[in-house]
Design a protein around this ligand. Structure first.
Ligand SMILES: Cc1cc2nc3c(=O)[nH]c(=O)nc-3n(C[C@H](O)[C@H](O)[C@H](O)COP(=O)(O)OP(=O)(O)OC[C@H]3O[C@@H](n4cnc5c(N)ncnc54)[C@H](O)[C@@H]3O)c2cc1C
Length: 480
């Protein structure tokens, strides 16, 4: 009897280094049926946000084209996942379902239910590690506990190394023409209002786009990574985060290609930059480790003292922050970059998160939610870790009293003001000396730059010094 296997694509939208796909092709099967199932309800509050959906729209088209080029095709169905798989099993006569593992709590729960259901039907199931270098449950402290601090975590695992990535298949078996599919358009992932144009212009979702990004980064930016990654006006980082989130490239492929590139080009200096870059991939591993072991952290602080923190509930402040209208140029520039491109530079993510949670004292969950809806790389593990870190309540958190001064951040990391000029064009003519503190600029400088505070650009919505003091006082209340 002919044996068929369903390959269930989720956030592993690639053909190379895809362990579930490789196992399906190497197994005792005549046919492999690739399927993507849209089932946002199964992800509860963490279904893909608007920007992620735009990304997914393009990424599914890219995957579908790549499968067709190999002689296969992508079958697209709507959930619930169990029902969609049952139907496809019936239609295809499949005897097995393979997938790659994910680590967020609702997906783990869903996958367990799917596995149990399929076991009961005598359908073979197998899942694989594709998204991480190290499974979260294989890493523990000497006391047998999960890690809560990055440096010892990375020290414990980075020495383990990683295997070589799996090659992309050269051909794939045809999918029976009788098996029907929805089109990507049927999923209606794009927005009804046309706000996605600049996101689509900025990015090339899909496996090819991911590898292009990596090559561009290696050739043009790796050799300055350690210095330039903090300068938001420079393309000094890899921009791989959305590609990694959707599994269009694996962390193993990234590190393997980095090693190859270093063999060809590496001097000692480049290797130092490469180590810094690898450790950022390590932060991604760490974030997934923390989320796996502390699944409540997307909504609750890891440090329980913060359950009682006196947040301000400042809704007007939150709205100004979301719209990039706080009157603090670095904050506004970051928030506008996010809105326009679905991305924000890491230095800005830290700055705007500190401003929201400390200067405005708005609960970090509100910022986390806004990022979730607007980032193309919104990732439950990385976003949760980032927000709890910035708010001072999570794993490896910056202490609460480390409050970024956004004006000083600008003077340090955007000294010539180019980043602010790009995203806050109202300030474009202001000289570098004043661009990060327009409220302190002499009237003559504002006038010659065509700026009237409160009219052409907002007055600051908070006093940075006074709000810093208030945040520290609030922290005193929960400190012990
Ligand atoms: C408040 C806040 C929210 C964040 N939300 C997200 C998010 O939703 N999704 C996301 O991918 N990253 C998030 N980050 C982490 C970081 O800002 C981005 O990963 C990074 O800016 C992506 O740009 P890049 O790919 O050019 O990074 P590079 O510097 O080139 O780093 C390479 C890769 O390492 C990983 N990485 C880098 N920094 C971190 C980090 N601090 N934590 C975890 N992984 C990291 C990413 O996968 C990234 O693509 C957040 C950080 C903060 C402070």
């Amino acid at each position: 009897m002919k044996k068929r296997v369903i390959l269930w694509f989720r956030r592993d939208l690639r053909l190379a280094d895809n362990p579930a796909l490789r196992a399906a092709l190497d197994g005792d099967f005549d046919s492999v049926v690739p399927v993507y199932i849209q089932a946002p309800d199964e992800l509860g509050d963490w279904a893909p946000g608007g920007a992620q959906r735009v990304w997914l729209d393009d990424s599914l088209r890219a995957l579908s084209n790549a499968l067709e080029a190999l002689g296969s095709r992508l079958v697209i169905r709507r959930g619930p996942s169990i029902d969609a798989l049952d139907t496809l099993i019936e239609e295809s006569g499949a005897t097995a379902v393979y997938w790659n593992r994910l680590y967020d709590p609702l997906t783990i729960e869903r996958d367990k239910a799917v596995k149990q259901h399929l076991d009961e039907q005598d359908i073979e199931t197998a899942s694989f590690r594709a998204n991480l270098l190290y499974e979260p449950w294989t890493v523990e402290t000497k006391q047998g506990q999960p890690y809560k601090v990055f440096t010892p975590f990375w020290k414990a695992v980075s020495g383990r190394g990683h295997d070589a990535p799996l090659a992309e298949p050269e051909r794939m078996p045809e999918v029976w023409s009788r098996i029907g599919t929805l089109s990507v358009d049927d999923l209606a992932l794009g927005p009804t209002l046309n706000w996605d144009k600049s996101i689509r212009e900025t990015w090339t979702p899909g496996e090819d786009g991911a590898h292009d990004r990596l090559e561009r980064f290696l050739d043009a930016a790796l050799n300055g990574y350690d210095d330039d990654r903090d300068r938001p006006s420079v393309a000094g980082t890899s921009y791989l985060s959305p590609h990694l989130h959707w599994g269009e490239i694996s962390p193993r492929q990234v590190l393997h290609r980095l090693d190859e590139w270093l063999d060809d080009h590496g001097g000692r200096n480049v290797r130092e930059h490469a180590d810094s870059f690898s450790s950022e991939i390590g932060w991604r591993e760490f974030a997934h480790h923390v989320l796996y072991h502390f699944p409540d952290t997307p909504t609750r602080p890891l440090d329980p003292r913060f359950e009682d923190f006196p947040w301000s509930g400042d809704e007007d402040g939150l709205a100004c922050w979301q719209q990039g209208q706080t009157g603090i140029p670095m904050v506004d520039a970051g928030m506008r970059e996010l809105w326009a491109t679905g991305y924000m530079h890491n230095r800005l993510r830290m700055t705007v998160a500190s401003f929201l949670t400390k200067n405005l004292r708005v609960a970090w969950q509100h910022g986390e939610r806004w990022f979730w809806d607007t980032l193309v790389d919104a990732d439950l593990a990385n976003n949760t870790l980032g927000w709890q870190w910035a708010a001072g309540c999570g794993a490896d958190a910056a202490p609460f009293f480390r409050i970024f001064n956004p004006a000083r951040q600008g003077e340090r990391f955007d000294a010539d003001g180019d980043y602010v000029r790009r995203w806050v064009p109202e300030l474009a003519k202001l000289d570098a000396k004043h661009i990060h503190r327009p409220w302190a600029a002499p009237a003559s400088a504002l006038k010659s730059a065509g700026i009237t505070l409160g009219t052409t650009y907002p007055e600051p919505i908070v006093d940075l010094k006074a709000s810093r003091r208030e945040a520290l006082d609030a922290f005193e209340k929960i400190k012990n």
